[in-house]
Each structure stands twice: as C-alpha cells, then as structure tokens.
Ligand binder design. Structure first.
Ligand SMILES: [Zn+2]
Length: 299
C-alpha cells in the first residue's frame, strides 16, 4: 500500500529568488509530476520528497491578498485528500471492503440529484447549511444502465437483477437490501443497493471530523475521510453481507464559517461496506468489480 499526497505549485512572479525556488521544486519532484500543465504532484507520504514538498507549502502558502491584487506570487498547496494505491496483499488481509464501482449510470438530463433528496427531518436545524438525504426512489434512463452488472449512481450504487439474485440466493442479502430503480414511466431498470444493516462508529474510528449537526434530529455531517480505511474487530462483528454506515458524509466544506445561502443544501451519503464473504463471492463472479480494502485496525 502506498499513500500519496497531492501538491500543486504556481508561480506568477519573475522575481529571481522565487523563480529559482520554483524551478528547484519542479526539478527535484519531476518524477512525481502527474499533470505538467497544471503542475500537480503526487508524492508518497513516507518519502523524503514529501517532507521537502511540505516545507515548501509552509514557506510559500496561498496568499489571497496577492491573488486579489494581482501581485506576483508563488505558492505551494497540499490538498486535504490523499490517494492510496493498494496491492494484492492489502486486498487479502482486508477485513471488509468499501463499494467503489466506477461505471457511472447518469440521471436524466432534466433531473438533478435534488429530485431524489429531502431534508433530514421535519424541522431541519443545521449551523452551516441544511443537509439532505436520499428519501425517494431513484430513476434513470434504461439506456444508462444498459447491460451493466453494477454502476455508481449520483447517490449510492446500483446492482443488476443478476447480482441481486446471486447475493440473495447465497443468503448474503435479502429483498430489503435493494430498492428498485425505474425509468420515469415506472419500468424496471435495476436495483439500488440500500442495506438495512447499519453499522455505527466507522467514520469515528477513522478519525472522521464532524463539521455540522442537525439540532432537531441529531444527524451529523462528516467531511469525507482520506484512505486508507481501518476497521476494528468490534465493528466487524456488526457486519452483515451488505452494510452502510449510520454516519453521513458530505463534500468537504472549504470554509466552515462562510455564510451560506439559506437555499443551499448538500446531500449526505453513508458509506457502503461489504463483508469478506460478499467480496469474495462477487470477485469470483465479477473479477473487475471495484472495491477499496478496509484493513484490520487492531494490529
Ligand atoms: Zn434533522
């Protein structure tokens, strides 16, 4: 397993000292450059180069004042999110797996994801912004799912009739773990994976940060947590075949104190987790199905 941090550098100055630093950074880290035009770098966090890049980020922070006033600047940023690459060993020793299907099945052009969501409760009362959750059945055009066996939806994940049947026949899921996805006319397309078994404490265990909470119903909003993910034995004992977390994640809030428009709402989603039995069965039948390994955390 290798975890990478994401860095960016930008320089608009022709000051010779800054240019020298800029060129030094680019030369030293050229092996880690993933986008030359945008000057983006992916650097393993256990490397000397990571410490080097971090020193730059501290020395040359983003300066909004310079930006706003067109004053020449140079800055280095480290993104909050990291990227983790896993190997076979990680998949073998994982205790559970996060569903991470890559094939997208898109909504209707004339419908947004707002069509499927509503407020968390009757009297939503959030500090930063009103959050929403999916509370209606999903609808997608038949052609979007097509012959796919599984897909990512704008909210959650979809499985074909075949995948659903396999899991139910093997006793790893029940009818209630799926909700039908239809076209606007109500004709059957596929199933959304909607696990009835909810596990509590996964994001807390992974140092998830609560950024907001509904004072009325108590729903918490977590910022997404960076990989790698870990799971305790105690949490593993809560797992059925298909599971989701009680904790709800939303996109990262860049600035918690920013004044948001009252109308703005962001939908929160749980994480979808399968146990090892489901993972092994699905990989046997669908070798290219995508999951993120969740490693045992008690080692
Ligand atoms: Zn609420």
């Amino acid at each position: 397993m290798i975890t990478y941090a994401n860095f960016g550098i930008d320089c608009s100055s022709d000051d010779s000292n800054l240019m020298e630093s800029y060129n030094e950074f680019r030369a030293r880290l050229s092996d880690f450059c993933v986008d030359d035009d945008m000057q983006l770098y992916q650097i393993p966090i256990d490397s000397d180069e990571y410490k080097y890049a971090q020193r730059f980020a501290i020395e040359y922070p983003v300066n909004d004042y310079n930006d706003a006033n067109d004053i020449p600047y140079m800055y280095v940023t480290e993104s909050e999110s990291t990227y983790t690459e896993y190997d076979e060993l990680d998949y073998n020793k994982a205790s559970a797996y996060l569903i991470n299907f890559w094939y997208f099945a898109y909504d209707y052009d004339d419908m947004s994801s707002d069509e499927f969501v509503g407020f968390c409760c009757d009297k939503p009362s959030w500090r930063i912004e009103k959050c929403t959750v999916q509370n209606r059945n999903y609808m997608i055009p038949k052609s979007e799912f097509g012959r796919k066996k599984y897909a990512k939806l704008m909210l959650g994940y979809a499985a074909s009739d075949e995948v659903r049947k396999l899991l139910i026949e093997e006793g790893l899921a029940t009818d209630n773990d799926f909700r039908e996805v239809t076209t606007k006319n109500g004709s059957h397309v596929c199933y959304q994976i909607t696990p009835t078994n909810k596990i509590t404490g996964f994001l807390d265990y992974n140092n998830g940060k609560v950024v907001d909470c509904c004072a009325n119903c108590g729903m918490k909003r977590y910022n997404p947590v960076s990989e790698p993910y870990y799971i305790s034995e105690e949490l593993c004992e809560q797992l059925n075949g298909l599971n989701c977390t009680t904790e709800m994640e939303g996109p990262i809030l860049e600035n918690e104190d920013k004044d948001y428009d009252d109308e703005l709402s962001t939908s929160l989603e749980p994480l979808y987790i399968v146990n090892k039995t489901v993972y092994e069965l699905l990989k046997k039948h669908y070798p290219r199905m995508q999951f993120i390994p969740i490693l045992p955390g008690d080692e």
